[in-house]
Design a protein around this ligand. Structure first.
Ligand code: PLP
Length: 391
């Protein structure tokens, strides 16, 4: 019998990938499946991004690059952050990674160890709890509840900070709820953090470009008082429809960047060379295709929320950002896991149980509306049929 390291038993998984595999297996048997389970835009990346990467391949960009990423890409990231948020970022503080989840992994490997605590939202992107546990640190959840718009009050976090707290993770706009953290609570949180100078803030802003109702994304980078202990995570997956390119980055405090770059050298050497050129084109090129994609998401949000609210036993708040609806199913008589399974098996609708995102997700499902309006309408009709049959 082969032994594996004990920490492997602390590593979780992502429900989305499991449900996707099951949905694909059912589709292969001929069942009609409507897939609202996976968090990726159903659009191609902007055409100039594909052209830039193609040109880079043809121009001979096949070798390793510096581990933190090519300088022009890191400069493009700094330029983008300056244009969007009027903040100064040193390209030397940026590490480009194969997706932002690798930067998250690095952050938690750098900070987490047995005897320490890391505060994270719940329900949330499953990687947070899984990778905190894997690091040996103890995950401390902050419940995100519907009554507070799936956000939190600053005191919910500040009262959980103790001498063992190494970091807090924030995610706005959020997966799976679409919630956006209230700006006033962020101001209070940052002010309160002055009393806890040992605590690092990890801000996952991967959905920062997908925000509705004409609102602007508010980045944690704009708080000067925590810049020396802020790790910003972002990437191209969601905002530029580039999930499979595997391109993300982190902005590190000066004292941490060297650790991150050493992890990069040890783990992946660099992100695929030509992909990095695509990343520059995305940030510096025209935004019309990105804007059109976001307009489509906003329209679909309206359709899915409207349809969900017309279903018996279901209610759904309007998500403020990202591309997920997180309907409350508490009055359907089903728990989240059972409803997820039965909807897939009986109606071919692939959604995700809220519990895939933590215990506080019980009573909710997540539907990604990165799908066509026809698919959304069809999925909602099938959910309605299922609920009528089981009323
Ligand atoms: N953070 C959040 C909140 C996410 O939802 C995801 C993907 O679903 C990621 C990070 C990872 O994205 P990527 O590694 O593709 O940049």
């Amino acid at each position: 019998m082969i032994d594996v390291a004990a920490r492997m038993h602390r590593l979780g998984t992502e429900g989305a990938f499991e449900v996707l595999a099951k949905a694909q297996a059912l589709a292969a048997t001929g069942k009609s499946i409507v897939n609202l389970c996976i968090g990726q835009p159903d659009f191609p990346p902007p055409s100039h991004v594909i052209e830039a990467a193609e040109k880079a391949w043809r121009d001979g960009h096949h070798g390793y690059t510096p581990a933190p990423g090519i300088l022009p890409l890191r400069e493009a990231v700094a330029g983008d952050l300056h244009r969007r948020f009027n903040v100064q970022v040193d390209p030397g503080d940026i590490t480009v990674t194969p997706g932002s989840k690798v930067a998250l992994f690095f952050a938690l490997q750098i900070l987490g160890e047995p005897g320490t605590e890391i505060i994270h939202p719940n329900p949330a992107y499953p990687g947070y709890e899984s990778l905190i546990s894997y690091s040996g640190a103890t995950p401390i959840p902050i419940p995100l509840i519907e009554e507070r718009g799936f956000s939190f009050e600053a005191d919910d976090i500040l009262t959980r900070i103790g001498p063992r707290t190494r970091a807090i993770i924030l995610n706005s706009p959020a997966n799976p709820t679409g919630g956006v953290i209230d700006r006033g609570e962020l101001d209070k949180l940052v002010a309160g953090l002055a009393d806890f100078p040992h605590v690092v803030v990890i801000s996952d802003e991967i959905y920062g470009r997908i925000i509705y109702d004409g609102k602007a994304h508010h980045t944690l980078l704009s708080y000067e008082s925590i810049r020396d202990r802020l790790i910003l995570l972002d990437g191209w997956s969601k905002g530029f429809a580039m999930t499979g390119w595997r391109l993300g980055y982190a902005v590190w405090p000066k004292v941490l960047v060297e650790h991150a770059n050493r992890l990069a050298i040890n783990c992946h050497s660099c992100v695929a060379n030509a992909v990095q050129y695509g990343g520059i084109a995305a940030l510096e090129g025209p935004m019309d295709e990105v804007n059109a994609m976001n307009a489509a998401f906003e329209q679909r949000r309206h359709v899915i929320v409207d349809r969900l609210n017309s279903l018996p036993g279901i209610s759904c708040v309007n998500p403020a950002g990202a591309f997920y609806a997180f309907p409350n199913i508490k009055h359907t008589g089903f728990n989240a896991a059972v409803l997820q399974r039965q909807l897939l098996e009986q109606e071919g609708v692939a959604g995700l149980a809220g519990t895939s995102f933590g215990v506080w997700g019980e009573g909710y499902l997540r539907f990604s509306y990165a799908a066509s309006i026809e698919q959304i309408e069809e999925a909602m009709a099938r959910v309605g049929r299922f609920l009528d049959r089981n009323a």
